[in-house]
Structures are given as C-alpha cells and as structure tokens.
Design a protein around this ligand. Structure first.
Ligand SMILES: [Zn+2]
Ligand SMILES: [Zn+2]
Length: 194
C-alpha cells in the first residue's frame, strides 16, 4: 500500500527517530516547492526553496510533526495587477499515525488521519493545506491599494492626484463634439438640456 517515494523532497524517513515515545529529532531542511503550492493569484512558485524547521516527536500513536515552513510568494494585486513580492510563514502541526496501529483499530469517522507508511511520512499535504489557509483570497499590493483609474486604467497608487477634468465616455465623445460645434454656431439649437 505504500505509495510514498523515499527520495521525494517532502517525504521524511522517521526510522532514525525510533518508536520510543518521547524521542525527538530536529529537522531543518530546504526543499524545492511542489507544483501548485498556493492559489492562482498568489503562490509559491514551483521549485522555489521552502525552508522547513521541524521537530519530530515519537508519541504512542505515531509521530508528531510540529514546526514552521517559510517561502517566497509571487502573485499579483487583485486591484491594480501589480506584481506582489511577499513571503509566507506557516505553522505546521500534524500527527502521523503508525499504519500498523491504524490497521488494528478500525477506522472511526474521520478518514482525515495522516498515516506513516513504512516509517515514511509525507509533508506535502500538510504544507499545502497550511500555505493555502495562510494566503488571502484577494491579495493586495498594499492594504489600501486604490486600484486602477476607471477612466484610463492608470495605477492610482503611482499617481494619487490622478483625475480627469471632464470625464467623457468614449462612446459619447463624438456626439458631444458635434453638439458643442452646434452651440457656438447657433445657441438656440441646443437640445442637450432635455
Ligand atoms: Zn495594488
Ligand atoms: Zn485616468
């Protein structure tokens, strides 16, 4: 049933830790980010270093993993489309249950339990969940990003006093020019007030 590849960057081998409850190991490692880590508008680019600072602790039922993961983020502001250059740090905590113990105790209601497989544990689902939860659904370049000018698309953060003296819907620009021409020639012919 083991589908874990011991050479995969996010698969840890816990054999060295042993099964004596209370035994611990600190694990610091940097791994390349897996694909699709994050959400569309904000994510850890595939292959970007993810710094893991973990503690593995043997407990009665399995191995408790706690620690942090840090990585750089790329994305774009949902208001002004400017590139976002940020990073994310998440807390990780998960109990990986020994698969042989699990076999003896039939599954209860939660199938969400993480299992050790042949003393291997897979950090990827844990990392993925933690990162996705930590990201804002609507990332902004700054909390108060004013977005883009609805008239011309200029980025308002770059030009706070930006404005248009006489906003004109381009669809009516030609018509207005005609009317104004009429005005200078014959004021009585002005029908715009209707
Ligand atoms: Zn923005
Ligand atoms: Zn504008």
């Amino acid at each position: 049933m083991s589908g874990l590849d011991p050479r995969a960057p996010l698969v840890l081998d816990t054999r060295e830790l042993g099964r004596r409850a209370g035994s611990q190991r600190e694990v610091e490692l940097t791994v390349p980010a897996p694909a699709d880590l994050g959400i569309d508008v904000l994510r850890v680019a595939e292959g970007t270093p993810v710094e893991l600072d973990l503690r593995l602790e043997a407990v009665l039922e399995g191995v408790l993993v706690t620690g942090t993961a840090r990585a750089a983020l790329v994305g774009e502001c949902v208001r002004c489309l400017r590139e976002i250059d940020d990073d994310v740090e998440v807390e990780l905590q998960e109990l990986y249950v020994y698969d042989d113990i699990r076999d003896r105790e039939p599954a209860e209601e939660d199938d969400e339990v993480s299992l050790l497989e042949d003393d291997l544990l897979d950090l990827e689902p844990l990392l993925r969940d933690a990162v996705v939860l930590a990201l804002p659904f609507q990332p902004l370049c700054e909390d108060d990003c004013p977005g883009l000018c609805t008239e011309c698309g200029a980025r308002l953060a770059d030009d706070p006093d930006h404005g248009h003296e006489d906003p004109i819907d381009p669809r009516w620009a030609g018509l207005t020019a005609l009317t104004q021409t009429g005005l200078t020639q014959d004021p009585d012919n002005d029908e715009r007030g209707a």
